[in-house]
Design a protein around this ligand. Structure first.
Ligand code: 5GP
Length: 194
């Protein structure tokens, strides 16, 4: 998605060879029109797959899962990182190691909102080590649901996430794929779509 690549070039802050900050339009302040466009793009990539639910993980995937859910006219569900006192029902859980926070936590989804009849599209903001998405893939399997694919807004292609997911047989689509970056420079992988 060329428009997204341009915004990353203009506003992204490359903090190191591995960390990109996009707080001005994706991760802290959110450009709502762009988020909705991202949702439409995912919906068009996975068109015809009769998706019943979009799945993400709190907090930074929520706006993109919501935008995708709107475009597909289906609900979205987000995995919680902490068990709330209101969450007394049975849950699916998976451990996730956070790249940015350097800690491992359990993510959970109520069994009420995911089941064997669902066809699921997983959406997230970043694909880096893949830990968060592998956790969600495990939850989809545990629920007996069908995984249609994974959509990521930004992929850091030089990290292992895509490889891990593809080894699990997952169809991965990212809207901006970073081949290489360093403070002051960024290179994207050429993609066919607009
Ligand atoms: P993972 O390493 O599991 O693929 O990434 C998990 C989460 O860490 C992503 O969903 C994203 O929220 C965050 N993350 C990973 N790499 C970056 C990065 O370079 N910049 C930002 N802003 N978040 C990142």
């Amino acid at each position: 998605m060329k428009k997204l690549e341009e915004r990353i070039r203009q506003e992204g802050e490359i903090l190191s060879d591995t960390v990109l900050k996009v707080d001005s339009f994706l991760n802290h302040q959110v450009d709502t029109a762009l988020a909705l466009e991202i949702g439409r793009e995912f919906a068009s990539i996975f068109e015809g797959k009769t998706i019943t639910k979009v799945l993400t993980i709190e907090a930074s995937g929520i706006q993109f899962a919501m935008a995708t859910g709107i475009a597909l006219n289906v609900p979205f569900v987000y995995a919680k990182k902490k068990k709330a006192i209101t969450q007394a029902e049975k849950v699916y859980t998976a451990p996730v190691h956070s790249f940015t926070r350097q800690e491992t936590y359990q993510v959970s989804i109520s069994q009420k909102y995911l089941g064997p009849d669902d066809k699921v599209l997983i959406v997230d903001d970043f694909l880096a080590t893949g830990a968060a998405l592998v956790g969600l893939v495990q939850i989809v399997k545990e629920a007996g649901a069908e995984l249609v694919g994974v959509g990521c807004v930004i992929e850091k292609g030089f990290q292992e996430g895509r490889g891990l997911l593809e080894q699990m047989g997952v169809d991965v689509h990212s809207l901006a794929r970073i081949a290489k970056m360093a403070p002051g420079e960024i290179h994207f992988t050429e993609q066919q779509s607009a």
